[in-house]
Design a protein around this ligand. Structure first.
Ligand code: GLN
Length: 472
């Protein structure tokens, strides 16, 4: 019997090498768990039918003496990352039966290491949302309370790992989509520096914000996944060289923007838990600085101009002409109308409208132009802050996972991103680590703390994350 509830990637790897179990045994254990749980949680949109064959090939590689950190590790992949020959839908009707014609760079890297792909996971359609309620294929449920959302948009990947239906996963993070669900489901989610992990083969949302992130049960495992996928890639023109950013000098100082944390709308239990976490960090020997980052409260509004502008541009390729859903009308314009109406969900349409509006010639300077200026100012503010502190800490989300259907107003869902979007706007790496629970209606709902580091300082996040886990 393999105790998958306790297993981590690091341990599984050792046990595979020690022949305590085979990759086939391990994959089978996960398939069994998926069979028990996925119907209710709806974390996977598809379980691949060749999982055991993949595992068999891995066993042959292990027998030959190969040993990569992810060799034989069963992983879940968000339905927005291309795996050659497999379906990839971005949880949208418009791509429902689309098959990828090439591997994303992250997939090429995982294949080289010998990770076993269990399936593709549910998400908000085109990664637009914070709960997976915007999936065209039903929401993913939170393993801690199945009446509640898993968070999103990488809710399926996160719920899969949190419920032991995968040992690790990939997600995408444009404004918090790896970190917010990780916080809601009590696991670790990490977003790298923009450009550090190739976006080649990731279905684009907001191209200047998108990152592929790692999802795991603990920081050590999240680092193992990140180490496997990062690196310069000529196939992604925004990919950075590994040497682009210098290593920062460590000062052992953590900055907290208390003004933001204490803002109205942040749940009192979240604030309390965060304060406790900060005391724990003090006990670990960190100095805590109260910092103020000018205009950080405007980041959310700025994001909701830049992101729809970029998303609407990216989504224009889904016109039903070359691939994906196609509906016939009386002329080309009606083809487009019918296809997009049938293919795109409400939230996606909302963002296309918003994006095309802010980019339209009469409004470009007033909205998009201004938002770009605000973004540059925010980057400068963070650069200033990082002169005095190593890390900026905030809660990951302002509240716990809400009940499915509870938030009908899109603005209230957008507010869930208040702490996470800044890292995407600035392009810096950030991680969410479990920080405890808030008891609501007899259920213990997970909370998370977010650490943000300067460009290229992922290792610092992992270091602090690992230390913080020791005092949980
Ligand atoms: N929740 C945010 C949004 O809806 C972030 C999404 C993401 O990171 N993909 O835009």
């Amino acid at each position: 019997m393999i105790d998958i509830a306790k297993l981590t990637i690091a341990e599984a790897r050792k046990k595979l090498d020690a022949k305590e179990f085979s990759a086939v045994d391990l994959a089978q254990a996960y398939l069994d768990e998926i069979k028990k749980k996925n119907k209710e949680l709806n974390a996977y949109l598809e379980i691949f039918d060749d999982v055991l064959e993949q595992a068999k090939e891995v066993d042959a590689r292990i027998a030959k003496g190969e040993s990569y950190p992810l060799l034989g590790i069963p992983m879940a992949i968000k339905d927005v990352i291309l795996i050659k020959g497999r379906r990839v839908s971005a949880a949208s009707k418009i791509l429902e039966n689309y098959r990828a014609t090439y591997d994303a760079t992250v997939i090429t890297k995982l294949k080289k290491q010998g990770a076993v792909f269990l399936g593709r996971t549910n998400m908000d359609e085109f990664a637009m949302g914070g709960s997976t309620e915007n999936s065209a294929f039903g929401p993913t449920r939170n393993p801690h309370d199945t009446r509640r959302v898993s968070g999103g948009s990488s809710g399926g990947s996160v719920a899969a790992v949190a419920s032991n239906m995968a040992l690790g996963a990939l997600g995408s993070d444009t404004g918090g989509s790896v970190r917010e669900p990780a916080s809601f489901c009590g696991i670790v989610g990490m977003k790298p520096t923009y450009g550090r992990v190739s976006r080649y083969g990731l279905i684009a949302m907001g191209s200047s914000l998108d990152c592929i992130g790692s999802i795991a049960k603990n920081t050590e495992d999240a680092k193992i996944i990140y180490d496997a996928i990062y690196g310069h890639d000529i196939l992604d023109s925004t990919s950075i060289e590994d040497t682009t950013y210098a290593k920062p000098q460590i000062k052992k100082v953590i900055g907290v923007p208390w003004d933001l944390v204490n803002m109205e709308g942040v749940d009192v239990k979240v604030k309390e838990n965060f304060k406790q976490s900060i005391s724990k960090l003090e006990n670990l020997g960190f100095k805590i600085n109260d910092i103020s980052i000018k205009n950080i409260d405007m980041a959310l509004a700025t994001y909701y101009i830049i992101m729809p502008a970029e998303s609407s541009t990216n989504l224009s390729r889904f016109d039903g002409m070359r691939y994906g859903l196609h509906k016939d009308g009386k002329d080309l314009l009606e083809d487009y109308r019918l296809t997009k109406r049938a293919g795109f969900g409400k939230e996606v349409r909302r963002r296309i409208l918003l994006g095309t509006y802010v980019l339209s010639s009469g409004y470009y300077d007033a909205y998009y132009g201004k938002a770009q200026i605000a973004r540059s100012a925010l980057k400068e503010e963070f650069a200033k802050a990082f002169k005095d502190v190593d890390i900026v800490a905030t809660p990951t989300a302002p509240f716990v996972a809400w009940k499915i259907g509870e938030k009908s107003d899109p603005l209230s869902v957008y507010l869930a991103d208040i702490f996470t979007i800044t890292a995407n706007m600035v392009g810096i790496p950030a991680i969410s680590i479990p920080s405890g629970f808030s008891e609501v209606e007899g259920k213990k709902l997970p909370l998370g703390i977010q650490f943000m580091a300067p460009h290229g300082a992922e290792d610092l996040l992992f270091e602090v994350g690992k230390k913080f886990e020791t005092v949980l």
